[in-house]
Design a protein around this ligand. Structure first.
Ligand code: AMP
Length: 444
């Protein structure tokens, strides 16, 4: 392979050498799919993982979301599927529902011209609907471990005995979320004769153990960008009194209008409140947090992805793994308590070679946490410049929007409580009915 002389583009994710998908061994139809996605050249992880995968080796990849790792495991699976068409061909295990949908989208985008069928099997969605999807025998199943085990144990006619590929994506998170038992159960019921790809941001003891238990003579590929932030990311902090956080947020959103924003809050409640407050000011903000149902979360995310909303207010549910390519500005409205989350949050912008901005609000209560962040990234960040007079001119309007937001929150809480009370009443009736039925059954 020719050595590179092209150093025009140097980023974390995209390597400089003029290697193409074709030269790595990707077949024409999949090269065309990459082209359609406007992927002009492979990322580092793809350059390293694709050739060894095509040789049929197991792969352990140390890479994070944003590196292009999904395609690094999806392309070899799709290519093999193309040569050996078979239902229930590959299984991807991933820690969260959002990631599962994202992975499925990439499989479908890359495999659309070869008619690949995927099923996403995650919690929070009706078991019956999923069972019907599985009965159609998709080519690729993308699942969170808990729900998959549920189906393996309870869904008649569903098994993975013909599986050819297993991917464990974000293995460190799968194991940190205590899915160890589920993963063990899954490993027991899939063929030993298979290819396995294990991707993880970090090589923890648990991941090493899982690797020994599930991979055969793997090739290790590594492009971890852990604890580094990319060059094209401009990072700033803003030192302000806690009581003016909302008004400074509104000021920045106005100053940088025309960009897409992700605003991180530390609690579900604050996420909801900030989103309502901004909406009361006519800004197109949507919330994303763990207390929202799965459908609502996806709906909000899609509105933001589809660019009909320009501001996503989120808890750390969204700081890792979510692939939202066009975020221009990340605002740490509430400073992250764990400094590592800072890296994940700001990693939502300046992706795949683009530039981006991150602004962290630091109040009188956050100084220590902020110093820890600076220590972790090994940099002192510049202050974000603001015009105090202009900010203060907005105080009254923001106060009004805050008042309305609080009222809306109280209304919603009341409605929820009423619904809970109703549901509880229904549940009791249902379980009484169920118990009666069971008694009758036992008698018979
Ligand atoms: P991942 O790390 O797999 O979550 O991918 C992060 C983002 O990079 C996704 O939006 C992919 O669509 C995108 N991507 C993957 N491969 C490439 C590539 N070769 N060139 C440009 N973007 C890519």
């Amino acid at each position: 392979m020719a050595a590179s002389t092209d150093t025009s583009e140097s980023t974390q994710d995209i390597d400089e050498t003029p290697v193409t998908f074709k030269s790595l061994g990707v077949v024409d139809v999949l090269c065309e799919a990459c082209e359609q996605l406007k992927w002009t050249k492979p990322t580092k992880i793809q350059k390293e993982a694709l050739p060894v995968s095509f040789e049929g080796r197991d792969v352990i990849g140390l890479a994070e979301t944003g590196s292009g790792k999904t395609a690094a495991f999806a392309l070899p699976i799709l290519q093999d599927l193309l040569e050996h068409p078979q239902r229930l061909f590959g299984l991807v295990l991933t820690p969260t529902r959002e990631l599962a949908f994202q992975i499925s989208e990439q499989f479908e985008a890359l495999g659309s011209s070869i008619g690949v069928k995927c099923a996403v099997v995650v919690g929070g969605i009706d078991m019956m609907t999923q069972a019907l999807q599985l009965a159609k025998k998709p080519h690729i199943v993308i699942a969170t471990p808990g729900r998959l085990v549920d189906h393996l144990e309870n869904t008649k006619g569903f098994n993975l005995r013909s599986l050819k590929y297993l991917v464990m994506d974000e293995a460190d998170r799968i194991l940190n979320m205590d899915f160890e038992t589920e993963v063990e159960k899954i490993l027991k019921v899939i063929p030993k004769e298979r290819r396995t790809y294990l991707y993880s941001a970090t090589m923890t003891k648990k991941v090493a153990k899982l690797q020994r238990a599930s991979l055969k003579n793997p090739v290790k590929v590594e492009v971890s960008t852990k604890y580094q932030t990319v060059d094209k990311l401009q990072q700033h902090y803003l030192f302000i009194p806690s009581k003016f956080k909302d008004v400074y947020l509104v000021y920045i959103l106005n100053e940088l209008a025309g960009n897409s924003f992700m605003v991180f809050c530390s609690t579900c409640n604050n996420t909801q409140r900030v989103a309502l407050m901004l909406r009361n000011l006519g800004l197109t903000a949507v919330p994303l947090h763990g207390q929202m149902g799965q459908n609502k979360r996806l709906g909000m995310l899609n509105k933001f992805k589809g660019k009909s909303r320009s501001i996503l207010i989120a808890t750390d549910v969204a700081s890792r793994g979510l692939d939202i390519p066009h975020v221009d500005v990340v605002i740490n409205f509430d400073i992250p308590t764990h400094s590592k989350d800072y890296i994940h949050r700001v990693g939502r912008t300046a992706r795949a070679g683009r530039s981006g901005k991150a602004i962290t609000f630091v109040t009188q209560y956050d100084v220590e946490l902020y110093q820890r962040i600076e220590q972790l990234i090994g940099k002192k960040l510049p202050l974000f410049q603001t015009e105090e007079e202009e900010v203060m001119m907005m105080v009254e309007r923001v106060a009004e929007a805050q008042r309305y937001a609080r009222l809306e929150m109280t209304d919603k809480e009341d409605n929820k409580k009423r619904k809970r009370d109703r549901d509880n009443a229904d549940d009791t009736e249902e379980s009484l009915g169920f118990r009666k039925k069971m008694k009758k059954k036992k008698k018979n």
